[in-house]
Design a protein around this ligand. Structure first.
Ligand SMILES: Nc1nc2c(ncn2[C@@H]2O[C@H](COP(=O)(O)OP(=O)(O)OP(=O)(O)O)[C@@H](O)[C@H]2O)c(=O)[nH]1
Ligand SMILES: [Zn+2]
Length: 296
C-alpha cells in the first residue's frame, strides 16, 4: 500500500479523479468524510491510498485556501474574468463589482476583454482606454484573444488553479473551448482518461494548462457583494487601499473624513471617478443589505 498526494481534477458520481505524479487515479472517498460532513471538492489537494488490488481510496483532504463558484472549486489562485466589449455592453460598474468581489475573496484577477472583433472601433478605443486604468492599478489586462493564448501558459504557475468568471454571454465558454483544445493538443487526451461520457453527472473538471489547471466550467456570474463588511470595502479597491496610508485617519472610509488622500487623488484625477462612484454605490448596497436585481 502506498500513499500519494494529488489534486482532485474531477468528481463523477461518487468517484474522484486525482492527478498525481503517476497520472490520474480514480478513487473513492472513505465514508469517514460523510460522517464528518466533509466533502472533497474539485481543486482540493488530497492524500490517496493506492492498493495493488486496484482499490484506491481518498483518505485525507488537505486544508484549502478558498472555495469559489457554483459548482465550487477549491484552491482557486486566480480568476480569468471575461468581460465583453459589446453584447452585453462593456460596463466599468460591472467590472468593479467583479473586482470587488474577488478582492474580498482574496483571489487575483486577470481581465480578458472579449468580442473586440465585433465592437465598433471608436467604442473599442474608449474601452481600452478605460481598461488602461485597471492595468495601472495592478490588474493584468488582455484585449486580444491571441495575446491571451500566447501568454496564459506562462501565467498559470505550478499546480495553481484558474477559473473563469463573467456575465452570461460574455464569452466564457467560447474561450474555454479554445483553451481546452490547445491544452489537449499539448497534454494528450485527458478528457478521455476522465471518462467523460453522456451518462455521467458531470460537475466541474480541471484540465491541465500551463503548469497548473483551468476549471472547465465557468465559475459563476452572480455575485453577492452585500455580504462584505462595510469597513472592509475600501480595501477591495486596491488603489484606495494603497492611498489610504496617506489619509489622516487610519480607519478612513474616504467619504467625509478630513485630510483624506483618496479624495485628494480623486480630485487630481489620479483615482478614477467611476471607481469612486462604484465604491459609494456598493457601500450603499451593503448598508442597505441588498444587491441589484440584475445580479440576482
Ligand atoms: N464575435 C465574437 N463572438 C463571441 C466572442 N466570444 C463569444 N462570442 C459569442 O457570444 C455568444 C455567447 O458566448 P458564450 O461563450 O456562450 O458566453 P458565456 O459567457 O459562456 O455565457 P453563459 O454560458 O450564458 O454564461 C456566443 O454566441 C458566442 O459565439 C468573440 O470573441 N467574438
Ligand atoms: Zn481616506
Amino acid at each position: 500500500m502506498k500513499k500519494v498526494t494529488g489534486t482532485i481534477v474531477g468528481a463523477i458520481s461518487g468517484y474522484y479523479d486525482v492527478e498525481t505524479e503517476q497520472g490520474i487515479v480514480r478513487t473513492r472517498a472513505r465514508g469517514v468524510f460523510r460522517d464528518r460532513k466533509q466533502k472533497p471538492l474539485v481543486g482540493d489537494r488530497v492524500v490517496i491510498q493506492l492498493d495493488n488490488k486496484g482499490m484506491n481510496y481518498l483518505i485525507e483532504i488537505l486544508p484549502h485556501s478558498n472555495e469559489i463558484g457554483r459548482p465550487a472549486v477549491a484552491n482557486v489562485a486566480e480568476v480569468l474574468l471575461v468581460i465583453s466589449s459589446v453584447e452585453p455592453d462593456f460596463s466599468t460598474e460591472l467590472l468593479d463589482r467583479y473586482l470587488t468581489f474577488f478582492a474580498w475573496k482574496d483571489v487575483k484577477v486577470c481581465i480578458y476583454l472579449s468580442k473586440t472583433d465585433i465592437a465598433p472601433k471608436d467604442k473599442l478605443e474608449e474601452i481600452i482606454q478605460s481598461l488602461s486604468y485597471y492595468s495601472k492599478i495592478g490588474y493584468s489586462v488582455f484585449t486580444s484573444a491571441k495575446d491571451l493564448e500566447d501568454k496564459l501558459p506562462d501565467l498559470i504557475k505550478e499546480k495553481t488553479i484558474w477559473t473563469l468568471a463573467g456575465q452570461s454571454g460574455a464569452g466564457k465558454s467560447t474561450l474555454l473551448n479554445k483553451l481546452e483544445k490547445t491544452a489537449n493538443q499539448a497534454t494528450g487526451k485527458i478528457s478521455t482518461a476522465l471518462n467523460r461520457g453522456k451518462h455521467t453527472t458531470r460537475k466541474v473538471q480541471l484540465f491541465k494548462y500551463g503548469s497548473g489547471f483551468i476549471a472547465d466550467t465557468p465559475g459563476f456570474s452572480a455575485i453577492d457583494l452585500y455580504k462584505i463588511k462595510l469597513n472592509d470595502l475600501a480595501n477591495c479597491f486596491y488603489e484606495f487601499s494603497k492611498a489610504s496610508s496617506g489619509c489622516k485617519f487610519r480607519s478612513c472610509q474616504h467619504i467625509h473624513e478630513p485630510k483624506c488622500n483618496v479624495r485628494q487623488l480623486l480630485e487630481s484625477g489620479e483615482i478614477s471617478s467611476s471607481r469612486y462612484d462604484d465604491y459609494l454605490k456598493i457601500r450603499q448596497e451593503i448598508s442597505d443589505n441588498r444587491m441589484p436585481e440584475y445580479l440576482k
